[in-house]
Design a protein around this ligand. Structure first.
Ligand SMILES: Cc1ncc(COP(=O)(O)O)c(C=O)c1O
Length: 396
C-alpha cells in the first residue's frame, strides 16, 4: 500500500494520486527568479500591484487588494462592510469553516443556511424563509426574533467551483438592506448567468491556497467596485499606517500582506487559468460519463444558469444502492494510494461554533454523509483518472 500524505497540496507518495495539487507549468520560475534578481521578495513589489490589476481585470471588478490568505480577505471584507460585534451574517453551512471563523473574528455571529439538494449551494428559499418568518424590523433594523441580534449581511459560499443561485439572494439582500459578501475562494473563473463570481455582491474574496484552481503558495484577494472599501481594505491589511514615517496608526491594522514572491507565482498562474478551467471541465466530463447509470452514484451537476469550474469533482454515494458508503469507498481508494475526501462537516454541527442559530440544515447533513471528492488536479492524467474510475466501478 502506498503511504499518502493527506494534507491538501502536499506532495503525494510515488505512484499515488493526490486529491488536488498545484500545476506549475508556465512563467512561475521566471517570475520568481525576477523577484530574487531584483531583491523584491517581501511585502511590496511590482508583482503585488500586477497581481491585483490582473485579477481585477480578469473578474471585471474595479479594485482588488491582495492578502496573505483567503481567510484574511474574508476577515477584512467583513470589517470594511461594517460588520461587528453581535451582528449576524447568513452563511452557507456546507462550507470549509474559514468564512464562519472570519465572521467570529469580527465579533459577529453566523446564521447557518442549508444547501439546496441539486447543486449543493446555499439555498435561497431557506434564506427567504428565515428573513420572512424569523426576523422582524425593529426601529429600522432587522432583528433575528430568536436571538435578538441585528441581521446585517449574507455570505454565500460558491462551493466546489459552482456558483450559488445569486439572483434571489441579491433581491432579498436589497429588500432587507443586507450586504452581500461573496466567498468566491473556490470559484475563481466560474460564472453566474454570464457574470463572474466575485462581481455579484458588494465585495468578494478569492483564495490562492495550494489546492485552489490557481495558487500563489498561499494568498487571497479582496475584490470590490467600492473605492472607499478598497482603500480601507488596503489600509487595514497593511497595518493601518497613517503616517509611515512617524509610525502613526489611527486604527488597529493587520499584517495581511501578500509577498512579491507569492504574487509572482500568482501572476504566472493567472495567465494559465483559462486553460486550467478547460482541463477541469474535461476531468469532470470524463468522471460524469464513467459514472452515468451506476446505481447509487450521483455525479455533481451544473445548473443551466451556471458556468462551473468543477474545482473539485464530487459525487454522492448511496450506500443501499452502491453497496458501500462514501467513507468505505474513500478507504478503498486510499488502499490503492488514491486520495479522496468527504465534504466538510456542516459548520452548524461544528463544536467550534455551537450556540449559533441555524435554519433546518438537513440537506447539508445528508450531503456530508454521502459526498466524496475525487482527484481533480489539473495535472491528473487520463490514465490516473481511469485508475480512480476503475476502482469505483470495481474493475480492478
Ligand atoms: C470556502 C472557503 N473559504 C475560505 C477559504 C480560506 O482560504 P485560505 O486557505 O486561503 O485562507 C477556503 C480554502 O482554503 C475555502 O475553501
Amino acid at each position: 500500500m502506498t503511504k499518502l500524505n493527506f494534507e491538501p497540496g502536499a506532495p503525494v507518495a510515488e505512484g499515488g494520486i493526490p486529491l488536488c495539487v498545484p500545476e506549475l507549468r508556465g512563467n512561475e520560475w521566471a517570475y520568481i527568479k525576477e523577484c530574487i534578481d531584483t531583491n523584491f521578495v517581501s511585502s511590496v513589489g511590482p508583482f503585488v500591484d500586477r497581481f491585483e490589476r490582473d485579477l481585477a481585470n480578469y473578474t471585471g471588478v474595479k479594485y482588488a487588494v491582495a492578502t496573505a490568505t483567503g481567510t484574511a480577505a474574508l476577515h477584512i471584507s467583513l470589517l470594511v462592510a461594517g460588520i461587528g460585534a453581535d451582528d449576524e451574517v447568513l452563511v452557507s453551512t456546507l462550507t470549509f469553516i474559514a468564512p464562519v471563523n472570519a465572521i467570529r473574528y469580527v465579533g459577529a455571529r453566523p446564521v447557518f443556511v442549508d444547501a439546496e439538494p441539486e447543486y449543493w449551494e446555499m439555498d435561497p428559499q431557506k434564506v427567504r424563509d428565515f428573513l420572512k418568518n424569523d426576523c422582524q424590523r425593529v426601529d429600522g433594523e432587522l432583528r433575528n426574533l430568536h436571538t435578538g441580534r441585528r441581521v446585517r449581511a449574507i455570505m454565500p459560499v460558491h462551493i466546489l467551483g459552482h456558483p450559488v443561485d445569486m439572483d434571489p439572494i441579491m433581491a432579498l439582500a436589497q429588500e432587507y438592506n443586507l450586504v452581500v459578501i461573496e466567498d468566491a475562494t473556490e470559484s475563481l473563473g466560474a460564472k453566474y448567468k454570464g457574470v463572474m463570481t466575485g462581481r455579484i455582491g458588494q465585495i468578494a474574496c478569492f483564495s490562492f491556497n495550494g489546492n485552489k484552481i490557481i495558487t500563489s503558495g498561499g494568498g487571497g484577494m479582496i475584490v470590490t467596485d467600492n473605492e472607499a472599501w478598497a482603500r480601507k481594505a488596503k489600509y487595514l491589511t497593511t497595518q493601518a499606517k497613517d503616517d509611515p514615517l512617524e509610525f502613526v496608526h489611527n486604527e488597529i491594522g493587520f499584517n495581511y500582506r501578500l509577498t512579491n514572491l507569492q504574487a509572482a507565482l500568482g501572476c504566472a498562474q493567472l495567465e494559465q487559468l483559462d486553460d486550467y478551467i478547460a482541463v477541469k471541465h474535461r476531468i469532470a466530463e470524463s468522471y460524469t460519463n464513467a459514472f452515468a447509470g451506476v446505481p447509487g452514484i450521483t455525479p455533481m451537476r451544473q445548473a443551466d444558469w451556471a458556468d462551473s469550474i468543477f474545482w473539485m469533482y464530487t459525487l454522492l454515494v448511496d450506500e443501499t444502492l452502491y453497496g458501500m458508503d462514501s467513507r468505505a469507498l474513500m478507504r478503498k481508494l486510499a488502499k490503492e494510494g488514491i486520495q479522496a475526501r468527504p465534504l466538510w462537516q456542516p459548520v452548524h454541527l461544528s463544536p467550534a461554533h455551537t450556540g449559533s442559530y441555524a435554519v433546518d440544515c438537513s440537506v447539508a447533513e445528508r450531503l456530508n454523509r454521502d459526498a466524496l471528492s475525487l482527484p481533480s488536479s489539473v495535472g491528473l492524467s487520463p490514465e490516473e483518472q481511469q485508475r480512480v474510475v476503475n476502482i469505483i466501478l470495481d474493475k480492478e
